[in-house]
Design a protein around this ligand. Sequence first.
Ligand code: ZN
Length: 133
Amino acid sequence: MLKIEHIGIAVKQLSDAVPVYEKLLDTLCYKTETVTSENVNTAFFRQGGNKIELLESSSPNGVIAKFIEKKGEGIHHIAFEVADIHAEMVRLRSEGFILLNEEPKKGADNKLVCFLHPKATNGVLVELCQEIK
Ligand code: ZN
């Protein structure tokens, strides 16, 4: 793993949360993107070499809506940048981690992504991401 690429934060409403994070970080949101396959609307901030991803559910049954129902707003996942997502998936599977995706899928912000089940990572949802060249 190369570095923490971003931290994902589940929010009820991007329209409320984006101005809060713009004030907090003193920087403007540089990108919003809808990931239809995941039922999420995202908003990204750059801070140093890292990013913050705000996640809003685009459907009442989406994973973010369910997360907020259960746990409330807050940190949803930590994403690590990897050089070779396929190799990392093989390595992590062999180490006993539970992958939530059989194959990498297209995520937000031009990335191939794969999620790890929090059961095997002390309760933290982990995302692997690799930049699509
Ligand atoms: Zn993410």
